[in-house]
Design a protein around this ligand. Structure first.
Ligand code: UDX
Ligand code: ADP
Length: 483
């Protein structure tokens, strides 16, 4: 038997990353017992039920195939952490809301909590793997917490960084056929042995040349950089979308033309109302804070513009809606199509819909929201929670009454549009493309507007029906051009 053998893996954090990534490991490695742990009992209950706590295409098939065989979900941290050879940590790493680095730095409270828990229950040596994105040099800090808090001097901890690159909506294919798996470790004999052990796990299904091994800091920084560069492409094309509207160019044509340059490539050039998701903004802010902490102000300022441009894009969209509708949306019902931060997920973390709805509500609009996967309670929570509060398991504030009064969650798109002055498309759900817009038009207040923040609808067909159409980054309808 290989010395690399791993018998049991535990993962702290049964969220969007921990759940799917451990499910795929369990499916691909039937010889390894995989236990996913969480402090949130409801979440664990849901993972053990027929209705999983997150919506992700293909996830059910993977979980149902491995669950009960070698995949388990549990709250019994003491037992499972104690028995595991390898422990993945995939807990929340929110942006700090107060104190030093507020609004930029990562709050490592949950991470430190997880490390203390590991130290307290470990009776044998462990490999501890950073899975959630963390600032550069977190591994060093965590190593100190682990070694200083473990009473047994014979227990040794080896820290690895194994950042996850899955994107929501395509998590299962990203995990099954990853572009690369990145593992960072200490450049010591024990560090290298730990790297080999984790590599052995992935080698069950990932080709050798796609498993990259680096030092710890490179792995941590590569993750932040990958997200920053992806977000930067979106902010760049979104900046150009504003210029397109001002000049009569069409951003889709510009994106297509530049994407054919093999040095640029066609992906991540889709102009939108703004990027969302749990990672992009948080990781860039984190990157900025790390740069500031080492005195690289110019580098920090450079990356910060990616976030600033994203905020501008969301604000610009709100202003378009308001100015298009004769500079007032007060008392007007606006149908919001899509609340999730992208299609094929029910996740709303940092979704542009939050800022857009808030902007419209601030001007007195009434928002009727339809999303095929987002529960009404989630929409209300998001619209009333303070910035950065979403990443704290117990950090929700109660919904504010005045927001509840002006927001209505609607369970089908036709009732959502009925009686509305405008439809705003904020998520690119495929189902929005196939709806009967003529039927909706008949039920709406005239002039009826469509503001397509994702450029997924057939704008000419909508114009033929009678809609005034705003398509992001496209030549403006004469109706929308200020005289
Ligand atoms: C991202 C990274 O892609 C992934 O590698 C990392 O592990 C986590 O962060 P995710 O946030 O799940 O994944 O989704 P992604 O597909 O990257 O989309 C992020 C946001 O950018 C979404 O709001 C999406 O709508 C937006 N986007 C994406 C655009 O506006 N235009 C594009 O061209 C692509
Ligand atoms: P991600 O998108 O990174 O997976 P999530 O917020 O979806 O983030 O998941 C993080 C999970 O980690 C949450 O379900 C949370 O309850 C859990 N968690 C946070 N701290 C701990 C801890 N000390 N022990 C166990 N679970 C934890």
């Amino acid at each position: 038997m290989s010395t690399n053998t791993v018998k049991k893996i535990a993962c702290i954090g049964a969220g969007y990353v921990g759940g799917p990534s451990m499910a795929v490991i369990a499916l691909q490695c039937p010889n390894i017992e995989v236990v996913v742990l969480d402090i949130n009992e409801e979440r664990i209950k849901a993972w053990n039920s027929d209705k999983l706590p997150i919506y992700e295409p293909g996830l059910e098939e993977v979980v149902f195939a491995a669950r009960g065989r070698n995949l388990f979900f549990s709250t019994d941290t003491t037992k499972h952490l104690g028995e595991a050879d390898v422990i993945f940590v995939s807990v929340n790493t929110p942006t700090k809301m107060s104190g030093i680095g507020a609004g930029r730095a990562a709050d490592l409270t949950y991470w430190e909590g997880a490390a203390r828990m590991i130290a307290a229950v470990s009776k044998s040596s462990k490999i501890v793997v950073e899975k959630s994105t963390v600032p550069v040099k977190t591994a060093e800090a965590i190593a100190k917490v682990l070694t200083r808090n473990c009473v047994d001097p014979n227990v040794k901890f080896e820290i690895l960084s194994n950042p996850e690159f899955l994107a929501e909506g395509t998590a299962i294919s990203d995990l099954t056929k990853p572009d690369r798996v990145l593992i960072g470790g200490q450049e010591t004999p024990t560090g290298r042995a730990a790297l080999e052990k984790l590599k052995w796990v992935y080698a069950h299904w990932v080709p050798d040349n796609r498993i990259l091994m680096t030092n710890l800091w490179s792995a941590e920084l590569a993750k932040l950089t990958a997200n920053a560069m992806l977000a930067q492409r979106i902010s760049s094309v979104n900046a150009i979308s504003a210029l397109c509207e001002a000049t009569g160019a069409d951003v889709s044509q510009v994106s297509y033309a530049i994407g054919m340059d093999s040095r640029i490539g066609p992906k991540f050039l889709q102009a939108s109302v703004g990027f969302g998701g749990s990672c992009f903004q948080k990781d860039i802010l984190n990157l900025c804070y790390v740069c500031e902490s080492v005195g690289l102000k110019e580098v920090s300022d450079y990356w910060y513009t990616v976030v600033a441009m994203n905020d501008y894009q969301k604000q610009r969209f709100v202003e378009r809606v308001i100015s298009g509708m004769f500079n007032t949306v007060a008392g007007k019902r606006i149908a919001i199509f899509g609340f999730a931060f992208k299609k094929d997920t029910g996740d709303t973390r940092e979704t542009p819909a939050i800022d857009v709805c808030r902007g419209l509500l601030a001007d007195g609009a009434k928002c009727a929201v339809y999303d095929p996967q987002v529960a009404p309670i989630q929409m209300f929570r998001d619209l009333s929670a303070p910035k950065y509060a979403w990443d704290r398991p117990h950090g929700w504030t109660k919904s504010e009454n005045h927001i509840m009064e002006s927001v209505q969650a609607v369970s089908d798109p036709y009732s959502c549009a009925a009686g509305s002055h405008a439809i705003c498309v904020l998520t690119e759900w495929d189902e929005f493309k196939g709806l009967d817009y003529a039927k909706m038009y008949d039920s709406m207040v005239k002039p009826a507007f469509v503001f397509d923040g994702r450029n997924i609808l057939d704008h000419d067909a909508l114009r033929k029906i009678g809609f005034v159409v705003y398509a992001l980054g496209k030549p403006l309808d004469p109706f929308l051009v200020r005289g």
